[in-house]
Design a protein around this ligand. Structure first.
Ligand code: NAP
Length: 307
């Protein structure tokens, strides 16, 4: 109780305080408020970041509300990333190609849309760019995040992408998108045997489905015996910190990248778009780990990545 009172006093919300937000549906479990409020405090910016649960049918009204209230910037998450494009004044080229916006800046009433998922996905792969140039990837999932990842893979210079997805229509659409970018892409269905077979030979395996996520359950059907020890395994699910797929990859001796990395880096670029400041990743990663620990989603033996 006392702690709660102290933190309210520390927030020091005044009439001049800038307001930023996230919109999504549902939104209660988002960690974005934890990240951005921490960054505002760290960099001494007079701003707060709140979460709004916006039903799909209320999206246009909500965007008008953002204009009317002068909300300075927002993060956009499921299910609004694609549909919000129609209500904005400008979309940058990356977001245009992907057809989805996850970050909006309100510049004197003009709403500018960006997609920071691409950079967020790429930054943790920076140490491995030479390994991935000309390489092959098994991408599991064909939703909004997978589309940003396909764009990112093209910019990395990857040659071949195998797309595994439960629903054929979406998988084939993703194949078409990847081909349009000039990637050698192939939709492979969602066959466990085929996925495991491919895992032996690809340079990077990416999970872009919610499989393994707290509250969703299930697991990506790839076992440690099939993962090449020289491969990189990247799971964009960040809750729990170490997913079943990452555990299998560790067992195989492969390089692992947890979803918290993409989460933190996409937020870093959003923060930079809004404020001109690029925050350091470590304090933001630490605050997310603290929040996940609070939810019991951090394995005891989780070893933190050094900055
Ligand atoms: P989305 O557009 O709804 O797409 C979901 C994808 O997962 C689809 O390919 C869907 O396949 C597949 N999928 C869902 N449930 C499945 C199941 N039970 N079995 C097999 N496949 C299943 O969602 P999204 O925006 O791409 O997000 C995907 C995941 O990435 C979410 O868990 C999200 O939290 C995470 N994410 C993380 C970050 C980060 O910063 N770390 C950023 C964005 C997203 P169908 O086509 O067959 O339905």
């Amino acid at each position: 109780m006392i702690l709660q009172r102290v933190s309210i006093v520390e927030l020091r919300i005044r009439a001049s305080t800038g307001v930023y937000c996230i919109i999504g549906y549902p939104i209660a479990h988002s960690l974005s408020p934890v990240i951005h409020n921490h960054a505002f405090r760290l960099y001494g910016i007079d701003a707060v970041y709140v979460a709004f649960e916006v039903r799909p049918e209320m999206l246009e009204v909500a965007v008008n509300g953002i204009r009317a209230l002068g909300i300075k910037g927002l993060t956009v998450t499921i299910p609004h990333k694609e549909r919000i494009v129609a209500y904005l004044d400008y979309i940058d080229d990356v977001a245009k190609s992907i057809g989805a916006v996850n970050t909006v800046k309100n510049e004197d009433g003009r709403l500018l849309g960006y997609n920071t998922d691409v950079w967020g996905f790429l930054e943790p792969l920076k140490p491995y760019t030479s390994k991935l140039k000309g390489g092959s990837v098994l991408l599991i999932g064909a939703g909004g995040a997978a589309r940003a990842i396909v764009y990112a893979l093209k910019s990395l210079g990857v040659t071949r992408v195998y797309i595994a997805n439960r629903t054929a229509d979406r998988g084939l659409l993703m194949e078409k998108y990847a081909l349009s970018l000039g990637l050698d892409a192939k939709y492979i269905g969602f066959d466990e045997i085929y996925m495991n077979e491919l895992s032996r030979s690809v340079d990077l395996i990416v999970n872009a489905t919610p499989l393994g996520m707290h509250g969703v359950g299930g697991r990506v059907p790839i076992g440690s015996d099939y993962i090449n020890k020289d491969a990189i395994v990247y799971d964009i699910v960040y809750n729990p910190l170490e997913t079943p797929l990452l555990m299998e990859a560790k067992k195989a001796g492969a390089i692992t990248i947890p979803g918290i990395e993409m989460l933190v880096f996409q937020a870093i670029l959003a923060f930079e778009i809004w404020t001109g400041i690029r925050p350091e990743p470590k304090p933001l990663r630490d605050v997310v780990i603290k929040a996940l620990k609070h939810q019991g989603q951090v394995n005891e033996n989780y070893i933190r990545k050094k900055d």
